[in-house]
Design a binder for this molecule. Sequence first.
Ligand code: GLC
Length: 756
Amino acid sequence: MEKKIEQLIGEMTLEEKASLCSGMNKWKTESIDRLNIPSIIMTDGPHGVRKAVNEDDFGAHGVDDNEKATGFPTASALASSWDRELLSEIGQALGKESKALDVSILLGPGVNMKRSPLGGRNFEYYSEDPYLAGEIGTAYVKGLQGEGVGACVKHFACNNQEFERMSISSEVDERALREIYLPAFEKIVKEANPWSIMAAYNKVNGIHATENPLLLDILRKEWGYNGVVMSDWGAVNNRVMALKAGLDLEMPGASPANDKKIVEAVKSGELDESILDETVKRNLSILFKALESTKEVETIDFNKHHELARKAAVNSMILLKNEDRTLPLDSNTLKSMAVIGELAVEPRIQGGGSSKVNTTQVDIPLDKISENMGDNVSVNFARGYDLNRDYKDEKLIIEAVEVAKSCEIVVLFMGLPDLIESEGYDRKHMNIPENQVLLLNEIAKVNKKIVVVLNNGSAVTMGSWIKNAKALLEGWLTGQGSGSAVADILFGKANPCGKLTETYPLKLEHNPSYLNFPGVDGKVKYEEGIFIGYRYYDKRKIDVMYPFGHGLSYTEFEYSNLNVSKNELEDTEELIIEAEIKNVGSVEGAEIIQLYVRDKESRLIRPEKELKGFEKVFLKQGESKKVIFKLRKRDFSYFDPSKNYWIMETGEFDILLGSSLSDIRLEETINVISTDKIEINLTGDSPVSEWLMEEKSREIFFEFLDKVRDRVENSLQSENAEMVLGMPLKKVMYFDTELASNSEEIIKNMIKKVNS
Ligand code: GLC
């Protein structure tokens, strides 16, 4: 293929080369008939294949402009499964459906961090934790690309809000960039080699993502990525700058004006043709990869894919609360049930915007619940509220309360409408619509047995109503199979096993981004640095409604026999961690064991602990399994911006295994020996503490300041210790007139000696 591409480029005119740097239309790459270069089709994802019926139409005007496709759970739901195998299975199914629609690249997954719970596309993203997002995204990409369809990991980078998304600049420090906002992309690039990456609409530190140095310096040079970087639709700012920065493909096409600018830039010498050739080479590579890898196109078994969607929904839902073991319901003994809420008959199964697919079928919760109940049970429905208009409809409330009064148990569906959370705009608050809360509180006056099923794409606050829910199932936006999944879980046909991948705070105001969201005057400052999500609440010891990693089961699990392969770990070695998990309850179920690492002491401030591994095990009652984790140097390291590299500090680390961030079951402390030198660049402004840190510089310090050695050593034994330790070297010189009089000379010699 390489040779063929080189040869083709050799035959191309400058205009033909430039034409390949933008799409033919909204969804296709450019073709060159003269050279038998065809075009290929790409389209959204990421939760289903959204292919516009009319190829040059955005197809976003309601779902019926798009071809039929299976609607899988959205990202926030799928990530809650913590199930790599499941994500891979879904990637495969999406690959098959893509090929059946002649789609060669599926625009997903979206792996941006959930910096604020208000982000309008949080339903489309995996987590507030980069490790988890990277693992889940890698599984999805491997599954998809294994079918010969390319992924397009998006949106690179720091695209964490919808407000002014095409112009806002995410102002983010280097450490947060490296430790929080880039790692999910890094993991997927290094482990799944995605065919393409999508550069985001926003700016990063003032420079458009489509022409940002991140593309060349980090994505290409540091991570070695040689796939295609395409723009988000309409995200290109300056085409020639973008091309120089490594942006290969402007979407959508056609873009003759920009193609012309490329030609002119080469002719004027502004753009070296060799750079253009590199871009064309990458664009042709993805094209030929697509043409070669379209394995035989199977006819899609949509029922099989629907069953997969349903299985995914079951594995993504989270049992957040289950007071007095209200769930599962027993359809044999139950005599009457009220099912209340518009969402029970018109479920919200996906989010608004470019990811919305034209589903092949939708399971309706009320129908599936009724099917589960024997004929001897009356299931009574009441709409209760109008989802799309947050006003208090007395009539609907009275009617619902009447129904609730006469039934043994109430299953109330609550959630958010597209009007509140969608691509294109952020939420203004985290509340469930007032009319639904009012309804719940009215029902609670006549019936205490209330199960709430949530239908939302991102975290909501529940302080004003959670007390009235005996049980709470987070149903997310779980695709076309969600209706049957809810019924399966409510009646115990399936044991819920999902866990939170984003913290549910008590209040929006507790969220670390609250004071800096969504930004002003074209900038949004990521002042919280690395402390997003649980990293913040955990470090600050702020209570939350439900912590990261939380999720209940109908059974219980016991953790035992934690064993680490080494208690003294060299940084070149791998640490192997093993433990035993047993199902000690009465039904089979799945447990997600989370591995956290705590750096007990470090030069730079670090989170209390960070997720560095997870395994999901399915266990029959009484069954136990061993889980194994492997950690390497990077898992213990932080990014030191003053040194511009990752560093692991020698010292003690805690290894923690838990059922959630706040439910640690086993822990072990190990000692890590790092060969990383914390090179302190010592100067006259460096504090005494830094001069005394290493043996060599300490000796030099006292050698040159022998005249004040006693004074310094006495101070360090006194209450002045802190003050002296923080004193710059050049100030210590004033302890003695002779030292002070030629301090510059002395300091110069000290630095020369310490650096020799
Ligand atoms: C949208 C989205 C992007 C999508 C693209 C094509 O604006 O930002 O995720 O893939 O345009 O629809």
